[in-house]
Design a protein around this ligand. Structure first.
Ligand SMILES: Nc1nc2c(c(=O)[nH]1)N[C@H]1C(S)=C(S)[C@@H](COP(=O)(O)OP(=O)(O)OC[C@H]3O[C@@H](n4cnc5c(N)ncnc54)[C@H](O)[C@@H]3O)O[C@H]1N2
Ligand code: MOO
Length: 406
């Protein structure tokens, strides 16, 4: 038997198995969290004309020549409002009242802030004359029609949605969200948390995993909890036929009742690898299953301990789903952050400590047991402690993975 894989190798091998991207058209305002499947080019120019960036007065381009001792006067000949441009052109010594976002009138090349202006009837004066171009947003400075504004593989967050809409698109081509089934197993598990008999516990992993997937737009089919029983597992697996990705939780270890691997093999799955040198999460299992008229299913078997399930979903399942959605960068990013306290040397496995950001520093949670949900729920990041790492003193930097972004 080969030893556990290193995290990066396991992630690379899993991502290489990602189901192929399917493309669909969605309305941009429904595309939050989706990944763009093709480059997006601007269908319009933004801004569509030279616009004022401030409320004030648009001055004629001859403002310098025209002014006597730097103060005007200019004759106010009209108004340009956002959406209602001034109809004419400015002649020498003329100005128009202008609001933020309004078209610069023809013949105007700068804006005098209203705070710097003095107005008497229709006559405008200023202490200082603004230089040409001041407070003017040039036509097309953000993007020109035809320019590529977003590239394939970009995740569409709020800013990208605003950009796509501003670029004149009502719909866009994105990767379809993969179909995902979540199956948790264990004789002790009950679905209704208010009805636990002796020896039973609520099946919390299924809802937890579904919630981890939800921000990616995934509505996971819940197939558990299922008893540690070959027939029950076979029945549940038969309901996962349509899933592009099957996520299981529990039964991945070596106990007498850990039947998952055998059940998967009987279902027709080929085990790609089992065990990764991380804590929590060592018994992670990855398999594939061929289907006659569809791409192979990818199966990720997560360890049943709730924290192990959570951390391995973060490190493996979410990246796999992002890869299946065509994301250019499916893996999570780490940051360097100073630790608030001393940390002991790294152990045999690379460890992901549940931790909390306190200001600019990070503090690990007191309980690191892989079943401890209180610590997990209080954590907002994971400290990455490499195997065999040197001890770290308070104030030194450690690598941290934020859980806020999923
Ligand atoms: N002799 C060994 N024992 C164990 C090893 C090992 O290498 N040798 N590995 C340990 C590690 S590490 C982990 S992690 C666990 C993983 O085991 P399983 O994937 O087989 O998980 P289960 O035994 O089914 O459950 C473990 C634990 O988690 C609870 N659980 C399971 N599913 C759920 C759920 N859906 N909701 C809430 N809680 C759940 C379950 O009741 C158990 O307490 O194995 C170690 N053992
Ligand atoms: O790997 Mo287990 O997940 O350490 O508890």
């Amino acid at each position: 038997m080969n030893g556990p894989l290193a995290l990066e190798e396991a992630q690379e091998r899993l991502l290489a198995l990602a189901p192929p991207v399917r493309i669909e058209e969605v309305s941009v305002d429904q595309a939050h969290g989706r990944v763009l499947a093709v480059d997006l080019r601007a269908a319009r120019t933004q801004p569509p004309a030279d616009l004022s960036a401030m409320d004030g007065y648009a001055l004629s381009a001859d403002a310098d020549a025209h002014s006597d001792s730097g103060s005007g006067p200019w004759r106010i000949v009209g108004e340009s409002r956002a959406g209602v441009p001034f109809g004419g052109a400015l002649g020498p010594g003329e100005a128009v009242r202008i609001s933020t976002g309004a078209h610069m009138p023809e013949g105007a090349d700068r804006v005098l802030l209203q705070e710097d202006a003095s107005v008497e009837e229709a006559t405008l004066r200023a202490g200082e004359i603004p230089p040409p171009g001041r407070h003017v947003r040039k036509r097309g400075f953000d993007f020109e029609e035809g320019a590529q504004v977003l590239s394939a593989g970009s995740m569409l967050g709020p800013a990208q949605i605003a950009l796509a809409i501003a670029a004149g698109h009502a719909s866009c081509m994105v990767a379809a969200v993969p179909r995902i089934a979540v199956l948790d197993s264990g004789d002790e598990l009950v679905r209704d948390p208010t009805r636990c008999g002796p020896g039973q516990i609520p099946a919390s992993n299924g809802p937890m995993l579904a919630a981890q997937l939800a921000p990616l737009g995934v509505r996971a089919a819940r197939l558990g909890p299922v008893a540690d029983d070959m027939e029950a597992l076979a029945r549940a697996l038969s309901q996962a036929e349509q899933a592009d990705i099957l996520v299981t939780s529990g039964g991945a270890s070596v106990g007498d009742h850990d039947l998952l691997q055998d059940a998967l093999k009987r279902w027709g799955a080929d085990i790609a690898f089992w065990k990764v040198a991380i804590k929590p999460g060592k018994p992670l299992l990855v398999a594939t299953r061929d289907r006659p008229d569809a791409p192979p299913q990818v199966i990720v078997g997560l360890p049943g301990n709730p924290v192990s399930s959570f951390v391995t979903a973060f490190l493996f399942v979410l990246p796999l789903v992002r890869a299946a959605m065509g994301a250019a960068e499916p893996l999570p990013h780490s940051l360097s952050v100073r630790t608030r306290e001393d940390l002991p040397p790294g152990g045999k496995r690379r460890e992901f400590l549940r931790a909390v950001m306190e200001g600019q520093q990070v503090r690990r949670c007191a309980t690191q047991d892989s079943s401890a949900l209180m610590a997990l729920a209080g954590a907002d990041c994971l400290i990455d402690r490499p195997a065999g790492a040197d001890p770290v003193e308070a104030g030194e930097e450690v690598s941290v993975w934020s859980l806020r972004t999923g």
